[in-house]
Write a protein that binds this ligand. Structure first.
Ligand code: ARG
Length: 590
């Protein structure tokens, strides 16, 4: 046994595939000097269709024909404890990992890292690549007193995934909810509250009541310009810090946050910081404004100040209104400055619908033009529209409605199978979790930027690539332990005989499990949740095709049954980890 070359940037203690790849790199470097293992390593890719790892020889730009170079590698190849064989196909080399080593190394690593974790949740899949770096992730950001629309829901789903993902990659993450809690509409609501407000209703459900008031006073304002004037005057007093104008608003804000927190908790979403447009300090806005002026970026039109970004094909935008009150765009410019001062982030991500692409590009550009050295640390993670998410009672207005409706649709679906339903211990919770999983998976299955049409049928289906299907896969893996008490406790990993795992179905599962740390690493590059969703489906499919072939119950050879059980239990841990990364709570029973 010789030691493998260490490849910088890899960590075999967390990703055993790093070792398999290093072994391949060593073989190729030995055959093709002056290539170094490090150079080869960068060219070791996952293989297609049943191949473990593949190298495309031309990428090394060596003198000589790829065919001849490949032949040299094949002739030089010495099977070792990691790699069993190599096969040449024109300019490609396909490597096969040694099967018992694959099982043993992968399963042991998952086992060890899971056991080590203080939370009892698998550490497997995590890495240290972001160590020492800090990211602020702003997402969800609904507007108090207005509706929580599907765009906010998507931002919530994608943002909480990104939060988990950055943490899994070793970053320090500050998750932030930037509430729409400021602006003329609060003057409007304050005006309306005098007429339509009800303290009791407010305490019951602040979000709903403020929305009701908003709708009513908005209708008034349409018919009566005086209402608008009054509202603008009220907001001006708020901006001037007039405590009498702010008093109610403070209560509304606090009650709304409480209610949001409850609903987010049901979605398994948590924020480190609740902030909002109201918390962008006037000093920063003045500073931003002055700097823009100094740079000659502003023009005055009808008493309002505009920033001209035509040169960058980003149009013109108001940064200060005629009455001097602030504006969404200015608050974003100043807000970023304020956040940088506070957090000194290495990166800040805004998860906002693509409907606001222009707005986001405008304030990013403004910050860049102000020569702020950190302006290039901002990133906009955008996403497309969702059509058709309405409940049986009509359009969705509140997050609560979405969750309730999803739960009840799921519950009805479950009741259709009477026998199964009777066996469910806590159908309410199962229905809620499965429904939420359905919504999240439907949302994260495709590329972010695409629009999609929401379907309750698809969301609740246990067939096809759906959330309920993934929960079902996890439940089935969880039940296998309960159903085979005679095989427990399992021997320690070194006493489990992995050579008894001979079925290609089992091998496919182990290979997927081994790839999970790479999935976590890659997923951070494109910010696409579908990367992880696809992994979950691949793994679940592989498991479901293995069930009838790689059996546990009914297998006479106990050692074999135990090896198989071990495989399924590690698969459960990894599927669970991947679901948690997607902010989904894996179910043990349903
Ligand atoms: N509250 C805004 C809305 O609902 C979204 C805020 C997005 N974040 C930002 N920094 N502009 O449209």
């Amino acid at each position: 046994m010789s030691t493998l070359p260490h490849i910088p940037g890899t960590d075999p203690s967390r990703c055993i595939f790093d070792s398999f790849r290093a072994a391949i790199a060593r073989q190729v470097a030995d055959a093709l000097p002056p290539l170094t293992p490090e150079q080869v390593y960068t060219g070791v890719d996952y293989g297609k269709k049943g191949e473990d790892f593949t190298i495309a020889i031309p990428r090394f730009r060596l003198p000589g024909k790829p065919d001849d170079l490949g032949r040299k590698v094949v002739e030089n190849f010495k099977p070792d404890e990691w790699v069993e064989s190599v096969r040449q196909e024109k300019a490609f080399l396909h490597f096969t990992c040694r099967t018992p080593a694959l099982f043993e190394r992968v399963l042991t690593q998952i086992h060890d890292l899971t056991k080590k974790s203080p939370t009892g949740q698998p550490e497997y899949g995590r890495n240290d690549s972001g160590k020492g770096k800090k990211v602020v992730i702003e997402y969800s950001s609904p507007n108090i007193a207005k509706n929580f629309h599907v765009g906010h829901l998507r931002s919530t789903i994608i943002g909480s995934y990104l939060t988990n993902l950055y943490r899994a990659n070793g970053w320090e993450v500050i998750s932030m909810n930037y509430l729409g809690d400021w602006g003329t509409q609060f003057g409007l609501i304050a005006t309306g509250f005098q007429k339509y407000g009800n303290e009791e209703r407010l305490r019951e459900d602040a979000i709903k009541h403020l929305f009701e008031v908003y709708v009513k006073v908005n209708a008034d304002a349409e018919n009566d310009p005086k209402v608008k004037e009054e509202a603008a005057a009220w907001f001006k007093r708020m901006e001037d810090g007039d405590e009498s104008a702010l008093k109610n608003w403070r209560v509304w804000r606090e009650l709304s946050i409480k209610k949001y927190e409850e609903e987010y908790a049901r979605l398994n979403v948590h924020f480190d910081v609740y902030t909002g447009e109201s918390e962008v300090k006037p000093e920063y806005q003045t500073l931003a404004f002055q700097k823009l002026e100094e740079k000659g970026l502003l023009a005055e039109v009808d008493g309002a100040k505009l920033i001209d970004l035509e040169k960058y094909k980003l149009g013109k935008a108001v940064v200060r209104k005629r009455d001097g009150t602030s504006i969404y765009l200015t608050r974003d410019i100043a807000g970023a400055m304020q956040r940088y001062e506070k957090y000194q982030f290495d990166k800040m991500i805004y998860v906002i619908a693509s409907a606001q692409d222009l707005h986001t590009a405008q304030f990013f550009k403004a910050l860049e033009l102000l020569d702020l050295p950190w302006a290039n640390r901002l990133e906009h993670v955008n996403f497309g529209l969702v059509h058709g998410m309405s409940t049986r009672k009509g359009t969705v207005v509140f997050l609560e409605q979405i969750i309730k409706e999803a739960q009840s649709v799921m519950h009805e679906q479950m009741k259709k199978n009477e026998a199964k339903y009777a066996a469910v211990e806590d159908p309410e919770t199962v229905a809620q979790e499965t429904a939420i999983t359905g919504i999240k998976i439907q949302d994260m299955s495709a590329k972010r930027i695409g629009n999609y049409t929401f379907s309750w049928d698809r969301m609740t289906s246990f067939e096809g690539d759906t959330g309920p299907y993934l929960q079902y896969a996890h439940v089935r893996l969880s039940s296998i332990e309960r159903k085979n008490p005679d095989l427990l406790p399992l021997p320690s990993p070194s006493d489990i005989d992995c050579t008894l795992l001979t079925e290609p179905h089992a091998r496919e599962i182990a290979f997927l499990l081994g790839s999970y740390p790479d999935v976590v690493k890659t997923a951070i590059k494109n910010h696409e949740p579908s990367t992880v969703v696809t992994f979950c489906f691949k793994l679940s499919h592989a498991i479901s095709s293995a069930w009838d072939v790689v059996i546990v119950k009914g297998e006479q050879d106990k050692a074999k049954a135990q090896a198989r059980l071990w495989l399924y239990l590690t698969a459960r841990d990894v599927l669970g980890a991947a679901l948690r990364l997607l902010s989904i709570k894996p179910l043990e029973r349903m």
